[in-house]
Write a protein that binds this ligand. Structure first.
Ligand code: HSE
Length: 314
């Protein structure tokens, strides 16, 4: 058995507009790094460093990476092992870039690797979802799945869990705009609670149509159609955008500047625009100046859609 492994897992954008809880993409940066080994002394140990480390639970029973790793041990019959883990956070927590998903994916992958890879893709994903559940209150898979497998992952069913990996978008950049807002511990829980429980039939039709645009665009590698899909969230965006200053002004400006599509990243408050290569920097600068003029500090970052999920780091 290998004694120690270092892995890293990427930030992700969940939902991609209309695909609430069923689609997400891996980004090329930032990443979480984990160093993991197994012991037989009955004592789990956890150390966390890096961005936002002080906001993350150090209790092995509440920490998403540890819970995901423990779930792998249980599923694979390795309960006798203890987990020794060091996390270096690169994905900032609570901004909507799948921070707990990255840690969960990395924790599950590392433990499975140390055991000699007994679990298959779907089993591994289920274990990573357990980590997401302790962090966010719901075991959604649209961050952990792309964090594990890279590219763009579509969740075809939950029970049994079935996924399909779509080719990453290669010829576009993604600009992420992050407003600096006061965000509490329960960000994702609250962002889910405020969602409508029922939607009118016509809203359902519009949403399905957007999702069809998104998937057809991805399959055909047609950026304009992907963008129409991303921009057409008629259910989640109207509820969550109320908590993001100037959301619709930002969306309008991004599209006016040529972005293919614009929406909220995961549960927010970050937003993202899919843009032509070379235009993201200008779009990012313009959008944060709109936010600053309205009294909200913000920053932006440039990304691509990564083909890699969790990778072993030498
Ligand atoms: N699909 C989830 C949500 C992602 O939108 O609540 C949270 O990161």
């Amino acid at each position: 058995m290998v004694s120690k492994v270092r892995v890293s897992a990427p930030a992700t954008i969940a939902n991609l507009g209309p695909g609430f809880d069923i689609i997400g993409m891996a980004l090329n940066n930032p990443r979480d790094f984990l160093e993991v080994c197994l012991g037989e002394d009955g004592r789990d140990e956890l150390e966390i460093q890096g961005i936002g480390a002080n906001t993350i639970s150090k209790d092995p029973k509440r920490n998403s990476a540890m819970v995901a790793g423990r779930a792998v041990l249980e599923k694979a019959g390795g309960e006798k092992f203890s987990i020794k883990m060091r996390i270096v956070k690169g994905v900032p927590p609570r901004i909507g870039l799948g921070s707990s998903g990255a840690s969960s994916a990395a924790g599950a992958y590392a433990v499975n690797y140390l055991l000699g890879m007994p679990l298959n893709m779907e089993e591994l994903l289920q274990c990573a979802m357990e980590g997401e559940k302790v962090a966010c209150g719901s075991p959604h898979a649209d961050n952990v799945a792309p964090a594990l497998f890279g590219g763009i992952v579509l969740i075809l069913s939950f029970n049994p869990i079935r996924i399909i990996r779509l080719e990453p978008i290669t010829n576009a950049e993604i600009v992420v705009i992050t407003p600096k807002l006061e965000i509490g511990d329960e960000k994702t829980k609250i962002a889910r609670k405020i969602l409508p429980k029922n939607i009118p039939l016509q809203t359902m039709v519009n949403q399905v149509q957007s999702f069809a645009n998104l998937i057809i665009g991805l399959v055909r590698k047609d950026l304009s159609t992907i963008g129409i899909g991303i921009s057409g969230d008629f259910v989640i965006e109207p509820a969550r955008s109320k908590f993001i200053p100037k959301f619709y002004d930002l969306k309008e400006k991004a599209l006016e500047l040529g972005a293919y599509g614009f929406s909220i990243s995961g549960a927010g408050p970050s937003m993202f625009a899919l843009c032509k290569e070379g235009t993201g920097d200008y779009i990012g600068k313009t959008l944060i100046s709109i936010l600053k003029d309205a009294g909200t500090e913000a920053n932006y970052s440039l990304h691509t859609n990564s083909k890699d999920g969790v990778i072993i780091v030498p």
